[in-house]
Design a protein around this ligand. Sequence first.
Ligand SMILES: Nc1nc2c(ncn2[C@@H]2O[C@H](COP(=O)(O)OP(=O)(O)OP(=O)(O)O)[C@@H](O)[C@H]2O)c(=O)[nH]1
Ligand SMILES: [Mg+2]
Length: 324
Amino acid sequence: MGLFKRKNKEKETVQELQKDDRYEKGLSKSRNRFKEGLLSLFGRGMKISDDFMENIEAFLYESDLGADVCELILEKIVSASRKKELLAYEDVRDIIAELFEDLFKDDDLSIPVDSYHPCVILVVGVNGAGKTTTIGKLASFYRGEGKKVLIIAGDTYRAAAIEQLDIWAERAGVDIIKNLEAKAPSGIVYDGIQAGLSRDSDVILIDTAGRLHNKAHLMEELDKIKRVIQKIIPEAPHETLLVLDGSIGQNSVVQAQEFTKVTPITGLIVTKLDGTAKGGSMIGIRQKMNIPVKYIGLGEKLEDLQAFDPVRYVHAMFEGFEEG
Ligand SMILES: Nc1nc2c(ncn2[C@@H]2O[C@H](COP(=O)(O)OP(=O)(O)OP(=O)(O)O)[C@@H](O)[C@H]2O)c(=O)[nH]1
Ligand SMILES: [Mg+2]
């Protein structure tokens, strides 16, 4: 059953959602596109005509959902139109919402911070995707849960990267292992993991460089980092998070595929969703990558990193709560 049909039956759930409007605020650009865009196509209800199908097809493609998903939605619209003479905005909204729910419903969104001590989380991604910012937010989140957090400044290629991480560590109130003299990440990662063990850390977050002089070098470095971690904790990293820039939509899939060639990625974090109308690309990203999206970035503040909740997401993308 679709989210929007459930809305009236489960008032409590909706009220629960309303308490936290970060999704609603963060996804306002996407909502403008999806809700306003679809409403403008429908007016008060539409008979399905060739013209209409062309318009909606163009709308869906421009929304960066991905070709496969667009085709699927179009098929569902056609089959809905066989059962009902006039289709309305709500019908298409529900089709997309159900697709969303189906696609994400079996994903394991947890990060095993309670199962390992320390739980080592490696954060990777191309330059500018939002790794360092996300680490700051995650550190703050875990600290808020009462965990002892340690950050390792594994991006040793730019002094500014270490300074930036230092500011985040201070903001989050957690320890950081850094070395401004380090020439390569492996040494600092080794020291950091040792420090995490001797300080009895619960969670170790490792920042990595996104820009190296070529892709092969970047991947080689990641491989080295992993080997260094495993010298000390053979089953680590327990989680490898790939940070993707959501504002480039489905183009991020190509980058993501490169990373999966070097190291198994256990979760995705899609950032900068507040700055784009491409919120729908999440469907295509999930479908092509087959890796769960665990967190999303909805802004630059500490509390703007949110656990991914597909139901809340799709609700914020189409409705928001302004009508109650
Ligand atoms: N609006 C918005 N901006 C974000 C979000 N996440 C990150 N940013 C911004 O994106 C920019 C790049 O973020 P960084 O965390 O430095 O990215 P990085 O992956 O560490 O980059 P490199 O270290 O260069 O590889 C910064 O200006 C962040 O403030 C988000 O969810 N929303
Ligand atoms: Mg960085």
